[in-house]
Design a binder for this molecule. Structure first.
Ligand code: UDP
Ligand code: MG
Length: 310
């Protein structure tokens, strides 16, 4: 059977020197039968990742490397890979073998049946309890806030048709939250379930603060509900404030002097409560202004240092 279509595999790598050979070994067993290209995006690795990749390119002409000037982040690396992928379908996979490459056959089958996005949904995952818990909460929380339903427990391991890839490339947004944007497009999609493995070597690059930033970016890009919530908080505190004012005035005019000088606790509580609410509200507004600011700066998402075999 002729398989003329081209499959692009995009792999973001940041300090994954020990994972590349085992990954390629497993990956090649699956995709050797397809006409394919493998694009590694080296996201500013400081270990031997780039050297290892270059050695692999010498042995396998299907490999390509895009190397960043510095670490620009996972999402930027994926976007860069998509911009250079020539395939009729593009598959993203992590370098650490947490995503089982064996499912790619199934993904391609689904794609040939006409699905434009094939997600790998995590049925189980071997991460720490903390990671599981934060991931679980994140996907549910963002869905509660977002106007676009964002697939739960789905990472960036997916197959996307050329049409999806072209749409992502054309989006003028800089700080792209790809998982949401892919869903936003409304393409014909299907889920396959996987068991997510442990990392083959090394440890996760998503530290707690990176995870929080990623979550916040996702929420800010996909929802303006926090602004609405801030407005409601304003109404609520104003209403409580109004009750407080009425109470204070009544005390002042209808009760003897001994009563209304003892208002210290109420005053203290009110000041703290109002101060807290105001800061939260300003913070929420600030997040959106920050996002607008970053977008208007119009800086590129990444800078390339080197291209190999491209
Ligand atoms: N990665 C990247 N840039 C980064 C962080 C991670 O390209 O700044 C890559 C990393 O090499 C891996 C993938 O993104 O291939 C997923 O990262 P990781 O395994 O650390 O995240 P986790 O699976 O723990 O969510
Ligand atoms: Mg991982």
């Amino acid at each position: 059977m002729a398989k003329q279509f081209l499959v692009s595999i995009v792999i973001p790598v940041h300090n994954e020197e020990a994972n590349i050979s085992p990954l390629l070994l497993r990956l090649n067993q699956v995709i050797a039968k397809y006409n394919h290209e493998i694009i590694f995006v080296d996201d500013g690795s400081s270990d031997q990742t780039l050297t290892v990749l270059k050695e692999q390119v010498k042995k396998n002409s299907k490999l390509k490397i895009l190397s960043f000037n510095r670490n620009f982040g996972h999402q930027a690396a994926l976007s860069c890979g998509y911009e250079h992928a020539k395939g009729d379908c593009v598959i993203t996979i992590d370098a650490d073998l947490q995503d089982p490459p064996e499912i790619i056959d199934e993904m391609i089958k689904k794609w040939q049946q006409g699905y434009e996005i094939v997600y790998a949904k995590r049925k189980t995952r071997q991460d720490t309890l903390f990671k599981k818990l934060t991931a679980f909460t994140f996907y549910r929380f963002i869905n509660f806030l977002s106007d676009t339903p964002i697939p739960t427990d789905v990472g960036d391991f997916r197959l996307q048709d050329k049409r999806v890839n072209d749409y992502l490339k054309k989006l003028p947004e800089h700080n792209k939250f790809l998982r949401g944007l892919v869903a936003w497009g409304g393409f014909k999609e299907i889920y396959l379930t996987i068991d997510r493995d442990k990392r083959y070597s090394g440890k996760t690059h998503y530290t707690l603060s990176k995870m929080f930033n990623f979550a916040l970016d996702g929420i800010i890009s996909f929802s303006t509900k926090p602004l609405r919530i801030a407005t409601y908080m304003g109404f609520l505190t104003s209403f409580i404030g109004l009750l407080g004012i009425i109470y204070a005035l009544l005390q002042r005019f209808f009760l003897p002097h001994e009563y209304w000088v003892t208002g210290w606790t109420a005053l203290f509580v009110a000041v703290l409560f109002l101060g807290g609410t105001q800061l939260i509200t300003i913070g929420i507004i600030g997040e959106y202004i920050g996002k607008v600011y970053r977008e208007t700066q119009n800086r590129p998402q990444y800078l390339l240092k080197e291209k190999v075999n491209l």
